[in-house]
Write a protein that binds this ligand. Structure first.
Ligand SMILES: NC(=O)c1ccc[n+]([C@@H]2O[C@H](COP(=O)([O-])OP(=O)(O)OC[C@H]3O[C@@H](n4cnc5c(N)ncnc54)[C@H](OP(=O)(O)O)[C@@H]3O)[C@@H](O)[C@H]2O)c1
Length: 230
């Protein structure tokens, strides 16, 4: 059975992806920073809960130890946890602390979790890491389309960094597939529940990649329709 961990899966797209991957036969671990909400989500889904705050080294290390102890390997890691702190603040008013908080989750959190789980990924026959990035981190989208009017500097820059990090990991670790996905604009708490897609559509790209196993590509950036321009 495919062992899959999804960070920030107590709600939103992570929760929806967990539901779909369980239906597809994965043994899904729900990572969440709040134990009560995480356990409640896991119980509702029939998943396993692992306490996991991506900004906390001890928490991330404890999560890796728990998964190692219970199942000994990880096949699919979905780095989904993300924030847009200061999202309603005009770009020029964002403080260093706003930037630091966003990068700590969206970029450094992914580094923390990926490093902690590398031994477990290496124990898999078809390890795959999927980083949930955003079209708001696409240089093409922000310069050549109507999305360019969105001013979300910390979030946007963090997602550009995450997409590049995905490519760098793919280059550095050819034995593990690393791919970035853009869910597309989907109603969740992170955007005040706005957006034209269903959560199913918002999880199509991540679910498709998670299901690919050994056939998965590496170093790609896709959404539900296909390739996202860098
Ligand atoms: N919705 C969209 O339109 C859209 C578009 C493009 C990309 N994305 C990306 O999709 C991913 C999922 O977001 P979403 O839309 O589902 O938003 P969401 O409903 O707000 O979910 C975000 C999840 O991340 C968790 N999280 C935040 N900080 C964390 C931390 N330090 N440690 C562990 N978990 C943490 C949250 O936990 P708490 O409940 O404890 O806060 C929550 O479970 C994010 O990376 C987001 O940037 C979303």
């Amino acid at each position: 059975m495919t062992n899959t961990l999804i960070t920030g899966a107590n709600k939103g797209l992570g929760f929806a992806a967990a539901r779909r991957l369980i239906a597809a036969g994965h043994n899904v671990w729900i990572g969440a920073r709040d134990p009560e909400r995480g356990q409640a989500a896991a119980t509702a889904l029939g998943a396993r809960f692992v306490p996991l705050d991506v900004t906390d080294d001890a928490s991330v290390g404890g999560a890796a130890e728990l998964v190692r102890e219970k199942v000994g390997r990880l096949d699919v890691l979905i780095n989904n946890a993300g924030i847009n702190a200061g999202g309603s603040v005009p770009g020029t008013d964002m403080t260093f602390e706003d930037f630091r908080a966003v990068f700590d989750v969206n970029v450094f959190g992914v580094v923390r979790v990926t490093h902690a789980f590398l031994p477990l990924l290496r124990a898999s026959e078809a390890p795959s890491v999927i980083n949930v990035s955003s079209g708001l981190g696409s240089f093409h989208q922000m310069t050549e389309t109507e999305w360019g009017k969105w001013v979300v500097p910390a979030y946007s820059a963090s997602k550009s960094a995450l997409t590049m990090l995905t490519i760098q990991y793919a280059n550095a670790l050819p034995g593990i597939r690393f791919n970035a996905v853009d869910p597309g604009w989907t109603p969740t708490d992170t955007n005040g529940n706005t957006g034209p897609q269903t959560v199913e559509e918002g999880t199509d790209a991540v679910v498709r990649l998670a299901a690919m196993g050994v056939g998965a590509p590496t170093a790609t950036f896709t959404d539900r329709r296909g390739t996202v321009p860098w």
